[in-house]
Design a protein. Structure first.
Length: 191
C-alpha cells in the first residue's frame, strides 16, 4: 500500500550549492538520498514530494557545508504479509515470474502460480498451466498475495518478496475476467 508520510531529517547542503535556491537544493538532496531506498519501518521510498519547513542552518567546524533541519512529505510503498497487491509480469523464467510492484520486483515461484503443473515455453517466454492452458507472459497484469517479505535496507535490489496466486480471487487479470464471465453465464442459467 502506498502512503504519504511526513518526516523530519537533517540535510547537508554542500558548499558549492549554498548560492542556489535553498528549497530546491534541499528537495534535490533529499531525493538523491532517499528515493529508491528502503527503511524497514517506513517502507520503500518512492518520491520526496513537498518541503514543508526548513529550520536554522548549523555549521560544523571543518565542514564547509550547512546542515538544515527539514520537514517534508514523501510517498512510500509499505508492504505487509498477506497483503493483496497488483503488478505486472516483467520477466518469466523456468522457475517463475518476476512481478513489478512499481519501485521493486517480487518473485512468483512456479509452485505458487496455479494448482496445475506449469510448463515453461522458453521460445515465447510464457508459463503455461498444463490442464487449463492458461498462461502468464511479460506484460500481463496480475493480482497476488504477499507470502514472504525480506527487505534489505543496504542493498534494496537484494530484497526478497514472495507472492502466491493459488487462492480464490487471485491470478492474471485475464483469468479473473474469464472466471467472472463464466460465473455470470451460470448465474443466468445459460450454458
Amino acid at each position: 500500500m502506498y502512503y504519504i508520510v511526513t518526516l523530519e531529517d537533517k540535510v547537508r547542503v554542500p558548499p558549492d550549492r549554498l548560492g542556489d535556491d535553498l528549497n530546491k537544493v534541499i528537495i534535490s538532496v533529499l531525493q538523491e538520498q532517499l528515493e529508491g531506498g528502503i527503511d524497514k519501518d517506513l517502507g520503500v521510498f518512492i518520491a520526496v514530494t513537498k518541503l514543508l519547513d526548513i529550520g536554522e542552518g548549523e555549521i560544523i567546524p571543518g565542514d564547509g557545508a550547512v546542515y538544515y533541519s527539514a520537514r517534508f512529505d514523501a510517498v512510500v510503498l509499505r508492504l505487509a504479509l498477506q497483503e493483496v497487491i497488483e503488478g505486472s509480469v516483467v520477466e518469466t523464467t523456468s522457475f517463475g515470474a518476476f512481478i513489478s510492484l512499481g519501485p521493486i520486483d517480487a518473485m512468483l515461484h512456479v509452485s505458487q502460480i496455479s494448482d496445475d503443473y506449469i510448463n515453461y515455453d522458453e521460445k515465447n517466454s510464457r508459463l503455461i498451466c498444463q490442464d487449463s492452458q492458461r498462461f502468464l507472459a511479460v506484460g500481463d497484469a496480475v493480482r497476488a498475495r504477499v507470502v514472504s517479505l525480506s527487505l534489505n535496507e543496504r542493498e534494496p535490489q537484494e530484497s526478497k518478496i514472495g507472492l502466491t496466486m493459488r487462492q480464490a480471487g487471485l491470478g492474471a487479470e485475464r483469468w479473473l475476467e474469464e472466471e467472472m464471465q463464466s460465473e455470470t453465464v451460470s448465474d443466468d442459467g445459460s450454458s
